[in-house]
Design a protein around this ligand. Structure first.
Ligand code: NAD
Ligand code: UFG
Length: 345
């Protein structure tokens, strides 16, 4: 039987590679489109080791119109696109806004145009909890009003959502779903794929694992005076494999024609918040290592607390997270220990 083909843009990246595994395990044929600006070609072999199938990798920059359109033409038999490709570093986006607007908006436009041209009917988009800013009420639902984004990166996510919404409402794209990820962490249990940040990590989990392995001296905990249970900031961390499985369920929902609203939005988190100290304690428990850390000033632009209401995804998609914080820190640590050797970096 022919497999249903799905295009994943940014499919060689952190979340895309885990989703490629979940899609292949669910029986889909996966094509990765990636310019490898923040990923490594080696990932396709790692995916093959896990699933037994090597996904096709198209080395294409989605901002280059001809390249992008030619690639979509080669895969016009695809039934859906999952659009992960983006630049994603919040701080870097403040320093290089034009580069971020160019990459994240132009690539989105080309995806929408190519989907129209080739009648590819389903789109799933990687959005972010950053679109909520610091909300007045917690947990946040999909109806919580959006705040002015705190960074050009956040602006691109808000703008991308608007571009998709308008394209769907005008009938240019039959249907689309935006998935607002909270804080994705962890790695596939095999430790064959995971997150490989370039340079000094901005995010908490890779900073923790790099500190524990000795690449960083100590973790700076940004802020100990927030109005949270222990004074450190609180986030909704979600295991990347739970996130990957949500994409498969959202896609199946679309393919089975179950989507009532032609453009729909789902929060993807666990619904439970953890403070920075809770993450450190979980890491120390699962790794058996003491983590050197120091509480320092707050990081500018950080919100005190945010966590998701995930009832909508549970009710409509039948999706719930399966993995807890200990599983997130355990797999993140396992990946850190083997990553550099396996990925040749
Ligand atoms: P990632 O950097 O690991 O993956 C993104 C991939 O897109 C990379 O492989 C990169 O090479 C590719 N890419 C970027 N620009 C491209 C272009 N013009 N053409 C082709 N490929 C291009 O990031 P990730 O963590 O896997 O994030 C995936 C998506 O999820 C992004 O849209 C990101 O903004 C979003 N997101 C991530 C997080 C997070 O904390 N990781 C949180 C919320 C939302
Ligand atoms: N933190 C530290 N020390 C560090 C790094 C982070 O204390 O060295 C703290 C932060 O202050 C924050 C928490 O750990 O309280 C989580 O920080 P991350 O940088 O890991 O994640 P953010 O919540 O800031 O942002 C993440 C992604 C964004 C995305 C956002 C909302 O990096 O891309 O979630 O989805 F937009």
């Amino acid at each position: 039987m022919t497999k249903t083909k799905i295009i994943t843009t940014g499919g060689a990246g952190y979340i895309g590679s885990h989703t490629a595994v979940a899609l292949q395990e669910a029986g889909f044929e996966v094509v990765l489109i990636d310019n490898l600006s923040n990923s490594n070609e080696e990932v396709v072999h790692q995916i093959a080791k896990i699933t037994g199938t090597t996904p096709r990798l198209e080395k294409v920059d989605l901002c280059k119109e001809q390249e992008a359109f030619a690639c979509f033409q080669r895969h016009q038999d695809a039934m859906g696109v999952i659009h992960f490709a983006a630049l994603k570093a919040v701080g870097e986006s403040v320093a290089q806004p034009t580069r971020y607007y160019h990459n994240n908006l132009v690539s989105m436009l080309h995806v929408l145009e190519a989907m129209q041209k080739h009648n590819i009917p389903n789109l799933i988009f990687s959005s972010s909890a950053t679109v909520y800013g610091q909300p007045d009420q917690l947990p946040v639902t999909e109806n919580t009003p959006l705040q002015e984004a705190a960074s050009p990166y956040g602006q691109t996510k808000q703008m991308n959502e608007v571009m998709i919404r308008d394209a769907v409402h005008a009938g240019e794209i039959p249907q689309a779903i935006s998935l607002r990820y909270f804080n994705p962490v962890g790695a596939h249990d095999s430790a064959l794929i995971g997150e490989l940040p370039i340079g000094i990590p901005n995010n908490l989990m890779p900073f923790i694992t790099q500190t524990a392995i000795g690449i960083r001296k100590e973790l700076a905990v940004f802020g100990g005076d927030y109005d949270t249970p222990d004074g450190t900031a609180l986030r909704d961390y979600i295991h990347v494999m739970d996130l990957a499985e949500a994409h498969v369920q959202a896609l199946q929902f679309q393919l089975e024609g179950k989507q009532n609203e032609k453009y729909d939005i789902y929060n993807l988190g666990t619904g439970v918040g953890s403070t920075v100290l809770e993450v450190i304690h979980s890491f120390e428990k699962t790794s058996g290592r003491k983590l050197p850390y120091r509480i320092v000033d707050r990081r500018p632009g950080d919100v005190a607390m945010i966590y998701a209401n995930v009832d909508k995804a549970a009710k409509s998609l039948g999706w719930r997270t399966q993995r807890d914080l200990d599983e997130m820190t355990r797999t993140a640590w396992k990946w850190e220990q083997y990553a550099r050797e396996k990925m040749g970096s």
